[in-house]
Design a protein around this ligand. Sequence first.
Ligand code: AMP
Ligand code: MG
Length: 414
Amino acid sequence: MISFREAQDFVLDSLNVLAPERLALGDVLGCVMAEELTAREAVPGFTNSSMDGFALRAQDLSTGSTQLKVIGSIYAGDASSSHLVAGQAMRIMTGAPLPDGADCVCMIEQVSVDPTGQTVTINKVMTAGENVRYPGEDIKIGQVLVSPGDEMDSLRLAVLASQGFTSVLANRRVRVGVLSTGNELVRSDRSLTSGEIRDVNGPLLMSLLDESGFTGVDLGVSIDNHEEITRRLSEGVRDCDAVISTGGVSVGDVDHVKLVIGELGGEHARTMRVAIKPAKPFAFATVGERRTPIFGLPGNPVSTRVSFELFVRPALRRLSGHRRIERLTLDAILDLPLPRDDDGKLHFVHVVARVHSDGLVHVERAIRHGSHLLNALVGANAIAMLPDGTNPLRGDVLRVIILDADQLVTESST
Ligand code: AMP
Ligand code: MG
């Protein structure tokens, strides 16, 4: 057996960030930027009103109650062509350019307009700049907006849109092939015959990929046949940036996947027995000129899930150029004992973790079942790490990997 760290390092050290591409702005949410972009326009671009009201000259209002002549109206989208002189005001809407000569805007709620609309009375003193937005207050020309390595979120995307950028150089979503292997697997809603089970890992991995911001490519189900698995994995390598297969990496008589991954990867392949529970068997290779990674995960769905979290997700984040590839991990207080055997392995246990009124994260419940019992995991929002040689007791502090941070503050169902 090799340590978890050694296995993970082998994977991560084999990978390079994929080449960036020019992508439409609408397609880059969650992607990593590969270029610096600086502002080419000031935002706001011109002096304008932040209120619906009257544009005027502050110096006209020294008395505290002043009647001004209304010389017209200006709307958002209008070009600024008017000019105010002493004693004049102009009706103005939010976002409209401030007329020349005006230096402040009085809110509509604070004026009284005479019935003819010819004059307006302002019953307060105002200072220049009130309710006015000036050019460059938000963004100055030349200011750095995004840098290589920044992850595109909705606000960065909106800032680039505010500058008229329609495409950017970024790492697109990684495309990941997903192959399930096993003679027993069925991919339809027909009734099962003796010995058959339904393919769970295919849909599981497709949705885990989607949740993590990657694009799953369904490579279907293969029987336990060497040529067939070779053909399907090779197609995946040809069409995708990475390939995940499940099943066939253990020590069974028909565990061909580990052999195929070994053949495809040659010196860049490794079949491992990792000192973790669940998900001990694991095969990995990088293949072909592009050194496309193939992950051979164990077939039990719980093992597949854990193996995805520990090896695949960080690796795909590295391929996509993310600086932070690990999930958030936190210290949590155990509200129950979690005894374990000394078996030389690092144990990963699905748990329910919640923030309690003491402000600390507590492990309220642990799901300790076999690696084939997937339904039991529904509702778990974290994975606790139990190092070998420990026997965690109630009140002890454990490291937990947070899978769903929103659930930390959800009311418990138990
Ligand atoms: P294997 O790693 O191929 O020995 O499979 C280990 C266990 O996981 C066996 O009980 C398989 O039937 C089961 N298994 C393998 N692939 C899948 C799958 N795609 N969906 C559900 N169970 C699977
Ligand atoms: Mg199998």
